[in-house]
Design a protein around this ligand. Structure first.
Ligand SMILES: [Mg+2]
Length: 233
């Protein structure tokens, strides 16, 4: 059995930076026009950590209540932005690839992302991808540690795959598919393989340098990608 963990942003979908924009909208609504997100690093990082930095930037004590308030406000703005026509789309090859993988009996589909569950699901739905296709989901607020890091998430996913199967899951049967060095390092740290895709900010050389098992420009060579993900390459 092959266990797949797809990242969301810039791996499966492009939402025209709606997430970053909605976070900025939320900051302005809550803290005023002076709120700035400049210099905040979003790529491959977990939403709670990003929100923590944004709150600190605004001079707000990052209590659980402040986090929850920001998260709810962000959700509202993201919902509005994703309703704008043409904002969200799946990336090349993703729709046919997922269609094939959903049919495959030797594959368990999973999602591993820095997004909160509700906003990550909204982004997927806006891009024509049904979150229920993924039998395992590990979301940005599920790290049991602080500061929350992506490396904390694959062990949770492996545990859920194992519970689903009713037996242990070998990490080498797990493939993380992602677009940033954070995706690569989180997979490698847990003994997973990593298929890196250069559809985000990072080019093929950078992803190769991070140690990805396989690097592709995008997922449009659906047959070859499917073969690799099903262990037939
Ligand atoms: Mg990404």
């Amino acid at each position: 059995m092959n266990h797949l963990l797809f990242d969301i942003d810039s791996t499966m979908i492009d939402t025209s930076r709606s997430g970053m924009r909605a976070m900025r909208d939320a900051g302005i609504e809550l803290f005023g026009e002076g709120f700035s997100t400049e210099g905040i690093d979003y790529a491959g990082r977990l939403d709670p950590l990003i929100v923590h930095e944004l709150l600190a930037r605004a001079g707000v004590d990052p209590t659980p209540q402040a986090h929850a308030r920001f998260r709810a406000c962000y959700r509202g703005h993201l919902d509005r932005r994703l309703r704008e026509p043409g904002v969200a789309r799946s990336l090349p090859g993703v729709a046919p690839l997922l269609a094939r993988l959903r049919e495959a009996e030797d594959v368990v589909l999973g999602v591993l992302t820095g997004n909160y569950r509700e906003t990550g699901s909204m982004k997927l739905e806006a891009s024509g991808i049904d979150p229920s296709w993924f039998r395992v989901g590990v979301w940005g607020d599920e790290s049991p540690h602080w500061p929350a890091r992506r490396e904390h998430l694959p062990p949770i996913a492996i545990d859920r795959f194992a519970r689903l199967a009713g037996r242990e899951v070998d990490p080498s049967s797990v493939i993380v598919i992602g677009d940033t060095p954070h995706d690569v390092s989180c997979g490698l740290a847990s003994g997973c393989r990593v298929l890196a895709v250069a559809t985000g900010r990072f080019d093929i050389a950078a992803l190769r340098g991070a140690g990805a098992s396989v690097v592709v420009g995008d997922l449009s060579d659906v047959g070859a990608i499917e073969s690799y993900l099903r262990g037939r390459a």
